[in-house]
Design a protein around this ligand. Structure first.
Ligand code: AKB
Length: 316
């Protein structure tokens, strides 16, 4: 039985991952943590919760020892759009936080899962069906932190034998908690606005293709990769994974099938557009499929139907 510490548990992924892991491994085997108290009632009140700033390596080590943690899922991160406004904060949280997790893991023997992102690629990366192993020269501080993180995780595996694993997440779409300042966030907000007002102003241009994924698949990928037989893993940090690739016009047209009067216009945010243009249109995730059986269940069609149904109940 695993004993898991989740950092950044109050965020978009953490909110749902915490619940899933508590149900799967037992409430007493999952420690949720995030910076401070009062951010997320469900996460804080439905199991073990610790206020933890990942940049405080000493406190991180104390929590790992206190609960005899053997798996650290490090979700604490500043995302791409916020990162461009505050690169120093991003570096501190994303890199020093990860370094602290890896050091504690080196000392205690814990496994470390940490997500990378499609942001780990840049303008010189092949754009379509981006290969697993390819050029990675990102132009955002978030992307720089993701490539550095991938390399650092591989280094800790090769040098110290720390069991490090990761996936390159595309944009994640979910209804339980909002994303916090990424470039792909429009694909979440569009569903809220479609239900609330029937109108949405998109901050990326109509033909901006990016990889996306519905949260249930993203959660499955974490559990599956962490449970995978290590002898089968040729790659570790980090695996390309995707479930769909679409542009704003595609998601608009899919929503219109459910809400025919839905309207969308555009007011392009130049910072987000530049970031999106530097990322792939679509990823090749065959290494994840071959090495640990990655097989997503949701496409744009069944995700949209589920997202609108669940969000309708939430907003009622
Ligand atoms: C972002 O847009 O910053 C994130 C990501 C793709 O990593 N959703």
């Amino acid at each position: 039985m695993k004993r898991i510490l989740i950092t950044g548990a109050s965020g978009q992924i953490g909110t749902e991952l915490t619940e899933l892991l508590r149900n799967t491994y037992g409430v007493d085997n999952v420690v949720a943590s995030s910076r401070g108290h009062g951010k997320n009632k469900t996460v804080e009140e439905n199991g073990i919760y610790e206020a933890l700033d990942v940049t405080d390596g000493k406190h991180l080590g104390e929590i790992v020892n206190k609960y005899k943690i053997d798996t650290i899922m490090n979700l604490a991160a500043v995302l791409s759009a916020v990162g461009e406004k505050n690169p120093q904060l991003l570096w501190d949280v994303n890199m020093n936080g990860l370094y602290n997790c890896l050091e504690v893991a080196r000392e205690t023997g814990a496994m470390v899962f940490t997500p990378s992102s499609i942001a780990a690629f840049g303008p010189s990366t092949p754009k379509d069906l981006t290969p697993q192993d390819t050029l990675q020269r990102p132009s955002t501080i978030y992307g720089v932190s993701k490539v550095s993180g991938e390399l650092l995780c591989d280094y800790y595996f090769n040098k110290f034998g720390v069991d490090t694993r990761g996936v390159r997440f595309p944009g994640l779409i979910s209804y339980a908690a909002l994303p916090g300042g990424g470039t792909t966030d429009y694909a979440v907000h569009i569903y809220y606005d479609a239900l609330k007002s029937g109108k949405f102003t998109c901050n990326l241009s109509a033909d901006t293709y990016m990889d996306m994924m519905y949260m249930p698949d993203a959660l499955d990928s974490i559990v599956q990769l962490c449970e995978a037989d290590p002898s089968k893993l040729i790659h570790r940090n980090a695996f390309n994974i995707t479930a769909m690739s679409f542009c704003p016009e595609d998601i608009k047209n899919e929503i219109k099938k459910h809400i025919p009067e839905f309207e969308m216009d555009y007011d392009v945010d130049s910072v987000k557009q530049t970031i999106a243009n530097s990322w792939p249109n679509s990823l090749d995730d065959s290494a994840a499929r071959e090495e640990w059986g990655w097989n997503p269940k949701y496409n744009l069609e069944n995700m949209t139907a589920d997202m609108l149904a669940k969000l309708k109940m939430k907003l009622a």
